[in-house]
Design a protein around this ligand. Sequence first.
Ligand SMILES: N[C@@H](CCC(=O)N[C@@H](CS)C(=O)NCC(=O)O)C(=O)O
Length: 201
Amino acid sequence: MIRIYASGPSRSRRVLWACEEAGAAYEVVEMAWPPSTTTPEFLKINPAGTVPTMEDGPIRLTESMAICEYVSRKHGSDMVVEPTDPGYYEYLEFAQFGEATLTAAGAWARRFGPHSPGILADAREAFGRRIAVIERALSDGREFLTAGRFTLADLSVGWAVTRAPGWGLDDLLPPATRVYDDRLRGRPAYRRAYGLAPAAG
Ligand SMILES: N[C@@H](CCC(=O)N[C@@H](CS)C(=O)NCC(=O)O)C(=O)O
């Protein structure tokens, strides 16, 4: 069975969410925070000391989006958009943007912001500019970022959007992105991944 090393609301939730969307069976090893120093034996599994980390037989992966793609492909989920599908490059762009660009600004705010008002201001400004990319895409009324369905691009960007309150950045979410945020939070798979009761109605 797929084993996920996870910790609280970290990026490991993106992976649990992917497993729930794909209908994958998985087990969670919940780690103390930070996983590198409070659980030193974990460094033998992942020298970077980061979560999520996944083991499935001989396969070991430590990047959340790589794990989401692995789980999706293994379970035949339509969350993957193939290079031969229409809109593939839009999908590729958003799937990379969510982790590499949007999440980065949120992580600066959470990790370094408390030590320096200047860094926090810079991180907030960066997050505000970066979320404008998502707002522009969603302002045509689309439900999901690309391909007319929920894809790995939504898992990538959506994890960062739904994490914004935990980073103290939710006041920066623009209107269409707020509607998208609500839509994602209502998904049964999201709610299971976060241990939340099913959405009302
Ligand atoms: N790009 C990686 C980032 C992994 C990462 O930095 N995870 C954070 C939690 S969200 C972590 O484990 N930080 C602990 C540390 O840096 O010591 C991914 O998407 O999985």
